[in-house]
Design a protein around this ligand. Structure first.
Ligand code: TXA
Ligand code: MG
Length: 346
């Protein structure tokens, strides 16, 4: 199959909407990452998402809508969700709801809940409006690859597998939406994202819990609250190691670690804050953004992880940011890319 890459405009949006209505897949930009969409109520179309991505069938999908009236046919909305939707929709917040029978089990991987979000990206919003469909869409990467934040990333992974990619430039947030569970007692973040724990608490006026495995690997006996957290995700081919501690100790340790890898003939580099590019100039430094702007680090992260593969990196040492605000989403993705391998600099 030939994969068309078209700049998003009225004409390509109409073509995309027609493809979705015909049960085909379309990749489209959202404010978080690119999504790979299909008509959420068409079982066969939904199944072809799993095929195109090589995604395990037990990992459920997020349903995207452009208008709250679409919820009526899909799920049961608890009162607690209303102020959250008022505050954060459209935007990078996904909420789990009790599903109605019309939502195919293929979308929810047989779970009784359905994850829903209303994206704020104008192209996503227009596609949802023009097609009139609820659209099931995971990130548009091959399973196991970093999520795509540029149309070119989608092309790398999906070329020949889907008919159309809508190009809407680079995704603003850069990490996937926050996934919030309101169905099981204390509101719980299953996956951190652009809408932070602090932002959710300020609207709910109550504490929000974090799923246990956000900053550590899932234990063998532990049940994943969100099936996606079970899989090794976001992994580039290089071995990544996080280097934690005060920068007065981290920077000299990075020099030593880098030199050891080079001495063994490995292709190595460091991921560091803009502020440390100069101090680490002999260690093939890659700029992950400013230490004081975690949003910038989030925006660059997946593009950076993909470029490590393009450069054929084998060993990578990365600085870390405090797991607060958007920093929590960054450390969740970076931690998993590193399989939580960490060295403490002292
Ligand atoms: O920002 C985003 O959320 C992007 C864009 C395209 O909207 N989508 C995205 O989808 O990241 P995906 O499929 O890559 O990640 C969806 C996550 C997975 O970790 C999945 O396990 C979880 O949401 N999820 C979906 N439905 C769920 C459910 N009913 N219960 C628990 N977790 C669920
Ligand atoms: Mg994904």
């Amino acid at each position: 199959m030939e994969t068309k890459l078209l700049k998003a405009d009225d004409q390509s949006l109409r073509l995309a909407a027609d493809l979705l209505k015909a049960g085909q897949l379309v990749a489209f930009p959202t404010e978080t990452v690119y999504g790979l969409g299909a008509d959420a109520l068409n079982r066969d179309a939904v199944l072809s998402i799993f095929q195109a991505k090589g995604r395990p069938a037990d990992n459920p999908l997020i349903v995207h809508i452009h208008d709250r009236s679409q919820l009526i046919g899909l799920c049961i909305v608890p009162d607690q969700a209303v102020p959250l939707m008022d505050a954060f929709w459209p935007g990078p917040l996904t909420i789990l709801f009790e599903k109605l029978p019309v939502v195919p089990d293929e979308v929810t991987a047989g779970l009784p809940t359905v994850a829903v979000r209303m994206p704020s990206h104008p192209v996503a919003s227009a596609l949802l409006r023009v097609s009139g469909l609820p659209v099931a869409a995971p990130s548009a990467n091959s399973s196991g690859r970093p999520s795509p934040t540029l149309a070119a990333h989608v092309m790398e992974d999906m070329s020949g597998r889907i008919p159309l990619i809508l190009d809407g430039g680079s995704c603003d947030v850069g990490v996937e939406s926050t996934v919030l569970d309101l169905c099981h007692g204390t509101p719980t973040i299953l996956r951190p994202g652009g809408i932070t724990k602090e932002m959710l608490e300020s609207v709910l006026h109550t504490g929000v819990a974090l799923a246990g495995s956000i900053l550590r690997p899932l234990r063998p006996d532990e049940k994943a609250l969100s099936p996606g957290m079970r899989y090794k995700h976001y992994a580039p081919r290089a071995v990544i190691t996080l280097v934690e501690g005060d920068s007065s100790a981290v920077l000299p340790l990075m020099h030593t670690l880098y030199a050891d890898e080079i001495a063994q003939g490995k292709k190595a580099c460091v991921l560091c804050f803009s502020e440390h590019m100069e101090a680490l100039k002999d260690c093939s430094p890659h700029d992950i953004g400013s230490e004081s702007h975690p949003e910038e680090v989030a925006h660059r992260l997946f593009r950076m992880l993909r470029s490590l593969d393009d450069e054929g990196m084998e060993s990578v040492f990365s600085e870390v940011i405090p797991p607060e605000g958007v920093g929590l989403a960054v450390m969740n993705r970076l931690g998993r890319a590193a399989a939580f391998r960490t060295i403490k600099a002292e």
